[in-house]
Design a protein. Structure first.
Length: 353
């Protein structure tokens, strides 16, 4: 069973025992017409692989990401084990003897004060007097220190070795283009965000995105794409179209920030008021909104999000790597650092950290 912590506005689904399916839904021979690959027929009418792929695209996207994360974690563990084995062989001892000497022997016993402090921090959860569990808490603290020591020792072994990881994450190639870019347009790392102005999770993640742009000044750009969820937020599409109208006057990001700050207020009068606040020519703005100038542009973004398997907001593609929901800053930092390392090496490999 796969469980998801809610970090996005989305349809809820549960996947049980589903295997990975091919990403492509069509078979292709160069120089010939693309033919649909049938998976079923109904009274002679074909249900194609492409039809099936559309219905499970979002689930498959997440499964591919989970598959990569599982493999990546296991690979890191294998690398750590191999490094220990190599070092132990150099010294002519076993791995257990090596870790006993380099880690466990250097871990001090937790003091009574440390045990008591740990207990006070966990007292509500433990609900037992300290006298009954003092020894267990002392051992728990000791094991925690051993784990930290193993991590630090492993990091030293990695630093002394050359490790190249060829396991690459799944990537999605996005079509279309957005002129709504914040940051250096030539930055090596692009964060493409599909968002809904009335999604509370989209609002929640904005400070992290701003922090990313500040921390990686010149190295990261933020590209905004629309994905209003009509069934959840009926006024979000109108807000998206209004934001596009503000972009016509070079004020997209100012309007974007105000929409999130005031969400979910998006009546026609609200949208006009925001236009005045950010200094737009209100006559041009009103005409743009009234005529539905950007209806098709918003729909193209929605179609693109659906094509790549998105089922909720916010969703991010960091150089094509999917990140779902209002993730903490640390998750963005991890992927961005990996992508910058890829760029510096000039190819899609990473040096193990």
């Amino acid at each position: 069973m796969l469980r998801y912590v809610q970090k996005s506005c989305r349809f809820t689904f549960l996947i049980l025992g589903m295997g990975l399916l091919p990403a492509a839904g069509l078979s292709e021979n160069r120089g010939t017409a693309i033919q649909p690959t049938p998976v079923a027929t109904i009274d002679g009418s074909i249900v194609s692989e492409a039809d099936l792929a559309q219905t499970v695209a979002g689930q498959l996207q997440q499964l591919r990401q989970q598959e990569y994360e599982l493999k990546s974690k296991s690979l890191d563990q294998l690398i750590a084990r191999r490094l220990l084995e190599v070092e132990a062989a150099k010294q002519g001892i076993s791995v257990d003897q090596l870790t006993d000497r380099e880690v466990k022997a250097k871990v001090g016993e937790p003091t009574d004060a440390e045990v008591e402090a740990y207990y006070l921090g966990q007292r509500d959860r433990l609900q037992r007097p300290l006298s009954e569990i003092r020894s267990q808490l002392r051992e728990a603290l000791r094991q925690s220190r051993i784990q930290e020591g193993m991590h630090q020792y492993g990091a030293r072994l990695k630093a002394a070795s050359t490790i190249v990881v060829w396991l690459n994450p799944p990537r999605v190639e996005l079509s279309g283009h957005s002129s709504r870019i914040r940051g250096n347009s030539d930055a090596p790392v692009a964060i493409v965000e599909f968002s809904d102005f009335h999604c509370p999770f989209c609002k929640r993640v904005q400070p992290s995105l701003n922090e990313v742009l500040s921390r990686y000044d010149g190295k990261v750009k933020h590209v905004f794409r629309d994905f209003p969820l009509d069934n959840l937020h009926p006024q979000a599409r109108a807000a998206a179209e209004a934001a596009n109208c503000s972009g016509d006057q070079g004020k997209f990001w100012e309007y974007h920030d105000l929409l999130f700050a005031q969400a979910p207020k998006a009546s026609l009068e609200d949208l006009k008021g925001y236009a005045r606040t950010v200094g737009l020519n209100t006559e041009k703005f009103d005409n743009c909104v009234f005529q539905g100038t950007h209806h098709d542009a918003v729909q193209r973004d929605i179609d693109e999000a659906t094509r790549v398997g998105m089922t909720g907001t916010p969703g991010f593609f960091i150089n094509g790597r999917f990140l779902n929901g209002a993730q903490p800053l640390e998750k963005f930092v991890q992927i961005i650092d990996e992508e910058l390392a890829f760029t510096q090496k000039g190819h899609r490999q990473r040096i193990a950290e």
